[in-house]
Design a protein around this ligand. Structure first.
Ligand code: AMP
Ligand code: GLY
Length: 420
């Protein structure tokens, strides 16, 4: 079978490496892919958001199954477009992807179905947002752009000035375009954050092992928010008791709510949770695998990923038993110095063999390309180095040992992944 994976990051590399274990798959394609991905798959030069181009390629090439991994093409309806063209696809429909594509949609869904989340109000008029925040006079104030904003649509304002700045840039300067037509202002919650990805075919929901992201650029959770600087799995804070509660209060109700709203969700549903004193609450939903959560979750998957993806698509997930390695995994992201702001690219990466690997760990490529047979940096997040072990300490030790040996000019990484 020929399988096409849409996307180009470390998450896509993790999906591809897992799919490459399946014997029925004779050829893997990735569009647009990256340097490291080209070892397992053929890169295809089509932008992830080019729905028409992607479907045309899939039809011409006789693709048997498509995996739509990133948020933007899902929100644009790429999974539906593949299915309409007769190509089975893993990934939610455009309607179901609203759960990530619109904060207003997801907050209203949670309110309507009693799913625990932060209290909130929705606004379309910037003056009303400011008036509301002034009247509440409770800081930090959490302001969220309604639509997709490259993971930068959330502002935690420490005072009224910061709140005004955020509202101005989101709603008036439209730094995220139409995504800022509406905003959600919500209650600030405190607690440990946990990510739980779940496979669901809209009838059955199977949570994967938990994980924990490190979103800030620098050690001790300082500096600007990034796409994620490292992850561990499992989260030590996510106990069996909390997992039970999440299943009953959050996971099942969400999947049922989506069905009841006429947009059944099929694919990977990402629950961004916060464990508050009042119990677990939803911070956000994503309609896809997380990055770099996937780089610690999928290496622990023992069941064949392609079998699961097909069962999700065919709504037969209840037929499967999904098994996990009971150890731990840790991923340290090597980024270009300056990321998430300005950075340089094109530096040679040392410490990788010709397949882009390094012994003892799994190296996921995010922003790399192959130049004259060698790997060079080509993005903000460059590599994700995943170590696995019996426990978290062992996984971290392996990952950091490799981090010492893999390097490029101006590399930046956090030295405290998993320390908390
Ligand atoms: P999001 O893009 O929705 O994941 O938000 C980015 C980050 O902002 C989250 O991972 C949290 O750390 C933080 N955040 C979002 N909403 C809240 C909230 N209501 N209370 C506290 N922190 C929040
Ligand atoms: N790591 C957070 C995300 O994928 O949205």
């Amino acid at each position: 079978m020929k399988v096409l994976v849409v996307g180009s990051g470390g998450r896509e590399h993790a999906v591809i490496r897992k799919l490459a274990e399946n014997r029925e798959i004779t050829k893997l394609y990735c569009a647009p892919g990256n340097g490291g991905i080209s070892v397992q798959a053929e890169n295809v030069d089509i932008k992830a958001t080019d729905v028409e181009g992607m479907v045309a390629f899939a039809k011409n090439e006789g693709i048997d199954f498509a995996v739509v991994t990133p948020d933007d093409p899902l929100v644009l309806g790429m999974a539906d477009a593949m299915e309409e063209a007769g190509i089975p696809a893993f990934g939610p429909s455009k309607k179901a992807a609203q759960i990530e594509g619109s904060k207003v949609f997801s907050k209203n869904l949670m309110k309507k179905y009693g799913i625990p989340t932060a209290r909130y109000e929705v606004f379309e008029d910037p003056a009303k947002v400011i008036a509301y925040i002034e009247e509440q006079n409770s800081f930090p104030a959490v302001i969220k752009a309604d639509g997709l904003a490259l993971g930068k649509g959330v502002v935690i304002a420490q005072n009224l000035e910061e709140a005004k700045d955020a509202v101005r840039s989101i709603m008036e300067d439209k730094i995220f375009g139409k995504s800022g037509n509406k905003v959600v202002v919500e209650e600030f919650l405190t607690g440990k954050e946990v990510s739980v990805l779940a496979f669901t075919d809209s009838h059955t929901v199977v949570p994967m092992v938990s994980s924990m992201d490190h979103k800030r650029a620098y050690d001790n959770d300082e500096g600007p928010n990034t796409g994620g600087m490292g992850t561990i799995s499992p989260s030590p804070y996510y106990t069996a008791e909390i997992a039970d509660r999440c299943m009953k209060e959050i996971f099942l109700p969400t999947v049922e709510a989506m069905k009841a709203e006429g947009c059944p969700f099929k694919g990977c549903l990402y629950f961004g949770l916060i464990l508050t004193a009042d119990g677990p609450k939803v911070i956000e939903y994503n309609c896809r695998f997380g990055d770099p959560e996937t780089q610690v979750v999928l290496p622990r998957l023992k069941t064949d990923l392609f079998t699961i993806m097909r069962a999700v698509r065919d709504e037969k997930l209840s037929d499967l038993t999904i098994e996990w390695d009971d150890g731990a995994a840790a991923c340290v992201v090597l980024a270009s110095g300056g990321y998430p702001k300005k950075y340089e690219s094109g530096f040679a990466i040392e410490g990788l063999d010709e397949t882009g690997s390094h012994e003892g760990v799994t190296v996921y490529h995010a922003g790399t390309k192959k130049q004259n047979g060698a790997f060079v940096t080509a993005g903000g997040r460059v590599l994700g180095i995943t170590g696995q072990g019996k426990n978290l300490a062992e996984a971290l030790e392996k990952a950091y040992a490799a981090v010492k040996e893999i390097t490029f000019p101006k590399v930046h990484y956090r030295t405290d992944i998993g320390k908390k």
